[in-house]
Design a protein around this ligand. Structure first.
Ligand SMILES: [Zn+2]
Ligand SMILES: [Zn+2]
Length: 354
């Protein structure tokens, strides 16, 4: 350990132990996620949670240092974890090959040292922002342009958030953090490794300083590859921004996401209705022939067994009708999730184990 980090020890103020003790959540393992993850791994950040539902495509390979030709069609988090452990065998890595709402629980976001948003759509960024705000988690958002990009450090939970910088119309894709969002990538845009590397390096720079308790830039970094500049733009907190709600007190119930609905139900007050953050499917129905069936799980596109036309999922946020033997993760509930629960005394928060 001493040898690997010998050059770090010569930097005034560097604290290798702080990095070793840190847990960083990286959401999105595309070009930016790759750059940031390798910087954190090589710096000696001890624990990473990688979240991305996608598999590697050939078009990723022009921008992703951790992926190889032979990784095509592998899960991004799996290939990244393998490459990162080769870079630094002292790392602990958790893989979450799921969309972020299903991949990382609110309790995990709260307990992480830092969250890094390496996403490629506004709706996904807003969703992650809303979840970080709910538990007051510090996070850094990165985004690239063809010749540069932006880094937005939101390290003070009482300061501005990503939503504060947007107009009401831009935010309207997600006015509440639990709304049903389409977080699929928007139309693909041009991207090249110099921009991802620049933006990812700035994110890594700020992350490493933050984790060691050093001062960090407080505005948005605008990185311009044509002019050769990085300019810091101050941002203010918008009191009309709808994303500032936070969860106050939570009750831990000793139930995990691999436990059954029965165990959850028994841990909650009588007649309580647990709520999902995203709609879950309770049944499917055929618009054409009238076929209908209860089928709990994540919404999916399936074909009618009678007429082979696409079935329509019937969804709900209320989990009081879920069968007793269903495992919570089958409903997309991640480890450490904090669930809103409607009780006779109003909405209460209950936290799952992780
Ligand atoms: Zn805000
Ligand atoms: Zn049918």
């Amino acid at each position: 350990m001493a040898n690997r980090y010998a050059r770090h020890d010569l930097i005034p103020g560097w604290n290798q132990q702080h990095l070793a003790d840190a847990t960083v959540v990286i959401v999105g393992m595309g070009a930016l996620g790759n750059e940031v993850a390798r910087i954190l791994a090589m710096s000696g950040v001890g624990n990473l949670i990688l979240c991305d539902p996608d598999r590697i495509e050939e078009s990723n390979l022009s921008r992703t240092i951790l992926f190889r030709q032979s990784d095509i069609s592998r899960l991004k988090v799996e290939a990244a974890a393998a490459a990162l452990v080769e870079l630094n065998p002292q790392l602990t890595i958790e893989q979450r090959p799921l969309p972020l709402v299903h991949g990382v629980g609110l309790g995990e976001l709260r307990d992480a040292s830092l969250v890094l948003s390496c996403l490629d759509s506004r709706s996904a960024r807003l969703q992650l922002t809303g979840r970080c705000q709910l538990v007051r988690a510090p996070y850094i958002d990165g985004g690239t342009h063809p010749w540069g990009g932006e880094v937005r450090p939101y390290l003070d939970p009482d300061g501005p958030c990503y939503g504060c910088g947007l107009s009401a119309e831009e935010r309207s894709v997600a006015d509440v953090p639990w709304s049903c969002l389409d977080t699929r990538q928007e139309n693909p845009t041009g991207a090249a490794i110099p921009s991802s590397a620049l933006v990812g390096t700035w994110m890594g720079m700020i992350a490493v300083r933050f984790l060691m308790g050093m001062s960090c830039p407080s505005g948005i970094l605008k990185i311009d590859g044509c002019r050769g500049t990085t300019v810091v733009i101050q941002q203010t907190r918008d009191s009309n921004c709808p994303l500032h709600m936070s969860i106050d007190s939570v009750t831990r119930i000793g139930v995990g996401s691999m436990d059954t609905m029965l165990k959850l139900r028994n841990a909650l007050p009588k007649l309580a209705v647990p709520l999902a953050w995203e709609p879950v499917q309770q049944g499917v129905e055929c618009f054409y022939c009238g076929f209908a069936e209860n089928r709990w799980g994540l919404p999916s596109v399936e074909m009618c067994p009678q007429c082979q036309k696409p079935l329509r999922p019937r969804t709900t946020l209320e989990l009081d009708q879920v069968p007793e033997d269903l495992i919570l993760s089958m409903l997309g509930i991640p480890p450490g999730e904090i669930l809103g629960v409607r009780t006779q005394d109003g909405l209460k928060w209950f936290e799952l184990d992780y």
